[in-house]
Design a protein around this ligand. Structure first.
Ligand code: FEO
Ligand code: CA
Ligand code: CA
Ligand code: CA
Length: 578
């Protein structure tokens, strides 16, 4: 493929222009095909999708969930494997003919079946990738699937409910945003905005409930038909959500495990690397304005020769939160990881903590006590396995510079941050389990056609690659950094010329950023995974046509818009991005 900038040896594709069209656009020489859309049947006996919005809960329970998000390809070969996919939330105006305005008990069950995880077998054919409708591997995990709480907080009184005296058995996972994968072959799914599914009618939230965003009402209305979502009836049920869940995708009968050692917050993704000393490190963002960036380091070491021996590495370890420092006006500096362990760093009874379980359940509050840096909404973290360098998208933050706990500075250098940035760090001595690091900003997004100050963005942003709100992030095997956006698509004012949400690719060495793909109307691009040979990339188109915007993606015509996974290949069969 042609190069538009000879400086980068890594990027070999032709840039695509910004787009406001209702299509998915890839570079010249590439082809993108829908693999699966919301409502496609994946379990035996499930009906085909019907866009009337009247299919019952039982149909949705056997179909691909809504709002595709983080995903991982688990290979059986280069051409064949399982895709484990998060179905983050669901859009009632599309899910129901009544748009959510006349909810019934079955409608709540249907919404609960539209979220969670979908696992299904896929295969590369002469026509591109296809999913199997009735593979024995295929599985739906929903808001009602039985799972276990494990680790230091499991069994704590704060996790017990009227139906579960053990504090260990929990139903379901929802608002599964992004993901991770372990070197022992399991899928990590991250519970993000779980709070939105609960309600405390009448209000009167505690400070801790407020810190986790629990409100008196919920647009999803589950609490009206299902008592566990009514906080006045089950005050501890919200404590059982907001975790990272580990799933064995190869065993459809396995019980998903909520790993409490990784802390409870609005988890974005879980980026895993085995440090050189053998400890497993998991980087974790908490996507909320003014919340924090964490990492977990396992107590035990990875065993490269016996995969099964690693199955409980996420049970026990140390959770840390980051504190960044910088000279005034500098966008680089030092950082440290502060331990969140009961009895240390002020995490004591005097400050409201009675045990390690409480530190983990109220990790946000623990992070505040130890003086962690409040960030501009940490979204995905990605680790370059070649260099050990780590990056995190800080997507935007309208409160920066406005709220007292969110001063301008360090890795969050702009007040009223509309565009976002990517912070990058290297741990001391290249040891990912280290407690100190050096950081800088890999890029600062902006609009150089509208602004001529710091809001124009960093030097690697120009009128041909500009975007806002970086969110999804991942390195491929060659070290290309892929960036997915979840931003404003008005194409006006501060966002003029940016068009629809998009996918970009960056060269971490030269800093060049090049637009690779653009999505349809009113979508975000999220979810990213490669085939092992790096000749296919799977990318998610989430919520096309949200808020009644005029999208008919992917089927066109007058069809209902549907969240869809795209499989992207090169016509010449080459490596994606090269
Ligand atoms: Fe589900 Fe922070 O995005
Ligand atoms: Ca996200
Ligand atoms: Ca986002
Ligand atoms: Ca989203």
């Amino acid at each position: 493929a042609a190069t538009s900038n000879p400086q980068s040896k890594l990027l070999g594709f032709t840039k695509v222009p910004a787009s406001t069209a209702d299509t998915f656009v890839v570079p010249e020489g590439y082809v993108a095909k829908p693999l699966i859309s919301w409502g496609d049947p994946i379990l035996k006996g499930a009906p085909e999708f019907d866009e009337s919005g009247t299919q019952p809960a039982s149909a949705q329970a056997g179909q691909f969930g809504d709002n595709t998000d983080g995903m991982t390809f688990f290979p059986l070969s280069d051409d064949h494997g399982l895709l484990a996919v998060n179905n983050e939330y669901t859009n009632y105006p599309l899910l129901f003919d009544h748009r959510g305005e006349a909810m019934t008990a079955d409608d709540v069950k249907k919404a609960q079946a539209a979220v969670g995880i979908s696992v299904f077998e896929i295969r590369r054919t002469a026509d591109g990738w296809e999913y199997s409708k009735d593979s024995d591997y295929n599985r739906r995990i929903t808001a009602n699937t039985e799972m276990m709480l494990t680790g230091p907080a499991a069994g704590d009184d704060l996790l017990k409910t009227s139906v579960d005296a053990s504090g260990k058995k929990v139903l379901g996972t929802f608002n599964n945003c992004a993901n991770g994968e372990t070197p022992w072959g399991t899928y990590l799914t991250c519970e993000e905005n779980f709070n939105g599914f609960f309600a405390k009618p009448g209000g009167g939230q505690t400070a801790r409930e407020k810190r986790y965003g629990l409100k008196d009402d919920s647009d999803y209305q589950w609490f009206k038909f299902d008592d566990r979502f009514d906080i006045t009836k089950e005050p501890n049920e919200p404590n059982r959500h907001g975790w990272v869940v580990e799933i064995d995708p190869m065993d459809p009968t396995s019980t998903p495990l909520k790993r409490t050692a990784l802390g409870r917050f609005k988890h974005e993704n879980a980026a895993v690397i085995v440090a050189d000393n053998g400890h497993v490190v998991v980087y974790l963002g908490d996507d909320e304005r003014g919340e924090h960036l964490y990492k977990f380091v396992s107590k035990n070491k990875y065993n490269a020769t016996d995969k099964a021996a690693n199955r409980n590495l996420l049970e026990e370890g140390t959770l840390y939160v980051s504190r960044f420092s910088a000279q005034p006006g500098e966008v680089k500096g030092n950082g440290e990881w502060i331990e969140l362990t009961y009895g240390k760093n002020g995490l004591t009874k005097e400050n409201g903590f009675n045990s390690q379980a409480e530190v983990l359940i109220y990790a946000r509050e623990a992070a505040t006590v130890v003086g962690a840096t409040t960030m501009d909404r940490p979204e995905w973290v990605a680790v370059n396995h070649k260099t050990k360098t780590v990056c995190c998208t800080l997507t935007n933050n309208k409160y920066r510079g406005k709220k007292d706990n969110q001063p301008v500075g360090g890795p969050n250098p702009r007040a009223n941050n509309k565009y976002g940035q990517i912070v990058r760090w290297n741990e001391t001595n290249g040891d990912n389990s280290a407690t100190t690091f050096k950081w800088d900003l890999f890029l600062v997004a902006g609009n150089p056609t509208v602004h001529n100050d710091f809001y124009a963005g960093s030097a690697n942003i120009n009128d041909e690659n500009m975007f806002n709100s970086p969110d999804g992030l991942g390195f491929d095997k060659a070290g290309r950094l892929w960036i997915l956006t979840d931003g404003k698509y008005s194409n006006e004012g501060d966002f003029a010329g940016m068009g629809n949400n998009q996918m970009l690719c960056a060269d971490p060495e030269t800093g060049e950023v090049r637009r690779f793909a653009t999505g349809p109307i009113a979508c975000e691009i999220t979810g990213l995974t490669f085939s092992p040979d790096q000749r296919t990339v799977f990318v998610g188109v989430q919520h096309p046509g949200e808020d009644d915007k005029p999208s008919h993606f992917p089927a066109g015509g007058n069809s209902k818009p549907r969240s869809t996974i795209m499989a992207i290949q090169r016509k010449d069969g080459g490596i994606i991005g090269a």
